[in-house]
Design a protein around this ligand. Sequence first.
Ligand code: ZN
Length: 530
Amino acid sequence: MIAPTLTFHGAAGTVTGSCFEIAFARRRVLVDCGLFQGPRSLEALNFQPFAFDPAALDAVLLTHAHLDHCGLLPRLAAEGFRGPIWCTEATRDLLGIMLPDAARIQEQEADRRNRRADRADEPPVTPLYTVGDAEAALELVRPMPLDTQFEVAPGFRARLWNAGHILGSASIELFIGGSHLLFSGDLGPDNKSFHLDPAGPRGLDHLLCESTYGDRSRDPVTPAQRRALLEAEVTEARRHGGNLVIPVFALERTQELLLDLAMLIDGGQVPHLQVFIDSPLASRATEIFRKHRRELQDMAGKDVFRHPGFHFVESVDQSIGLNRLSGAVILSASGMCEAGRIRHHLKHNLPRHDSTILFVGFQAQGTLGRTLLEGARRVRISGRDVAVRARIRRIDSYSAHADRDELIAWVKARQPVAGGLFLTHGEPAALEALKEGTKPLAQDILIPEIGEIWALPAGTSAKRLRTGRGELRAVLHHDWQNDYADLATQLKQRLKRIEGEQNRREAIARIRDVLDRYGAARARRAKKRA
Ligand SMILES: [Zn+2]
């Protein structure tokens, strides 16, 4: 009996670029087609040719609308893919705003690079894809309800299960040639607002499980406890009199906060609060949550997003008008403060002693959000030095991802697994930690590399048919040259954030000093050994 094969094209040994290809009886189906995100060396992979012929694919199954899972669909359509893209109805609606927005960012980025004077002699940069490509991809989307078996392509049957991660997110169960497979997609935590805990079938031949937080355990927090933390921050911010500025991700985190703020206002804990949502993408995402409100938990039958205390800011003039406010809550994107309207709210509120900046999401290294959390006293925003006098606060109990214990419990609930448990979508430390934690739960626990091909027979171990692309290891696993390239690209930007020529020169002198002393210490040690 011929077994289906599985090729790993992304999210193997790394968190982003989710893309798995399943082949059987001359049919080919992708699960996810996501962007690589993070350091520039990783994002360069988005421009490499696909490792398959897009025109020869029969279908795509999509777990959810985050760009690291769906962000290469426009390129797939541009390069000849014409099959159906299967996902939940909520995911389809979210793709309708996420893909054109991602395309606009790609177009602007290419534009910006082409306009830079020092590129004058180089050939023009073309965007990864255009808004037109995004629209072509959207034409192919076919929504499917959860818990319903359907034919993806001849010989491929699938069923979508609630993954509890974001609106519309699903795990994907596949029946192919006698093999029974499950792809977790991203899994949500227990006790998440809006969504039931993740679900899935039992008794599989092979299982793929994400590992984002495979090495992190959190204390369980109930929605009520999370709301109490938010209440304390809002109350304290109001006591100081200025604005409460919250950098948010447009999709899901904005709506979680709106739900909690609506409950706090209606419950009388923070009466008469005025909340401004100043991100066009967040406003559009909220409309999609409204449309699907009957599928959401915790809504108490109310239309919480149409709250009299909520004001969705559209025009740039209205956005600038918010500068005159005091005592308001301002939710704005981007979540890590690298772009978008949040930057002008920071410019106006960071210098105010009475304002508060509250972080409620992950801040990657090198971002303005992280710089503020690390206690910078001055930052550089849009070419201007800005003093930080506002209070900088954080709540880290909002999460869209299952932690280590929840991932292990999810794998346990899928038992028995006759063949392989493939751990994907994680950094090396998280993958190794989850491998340790799931040891008794599968015959073989495998950490695949990009480029590997596996046969997935029914009832027995998976067999590796091809090894991975070793040349990608350096890009994914961050050797010193990647660290150097990251530092080099950030260095100028970070120096520019320091106010004043003299202070910048002082910072450069200190960097040199660290390197000199490091070299001298190494030399002394070498001398001692000799
Ligand atoms: Zn996700």
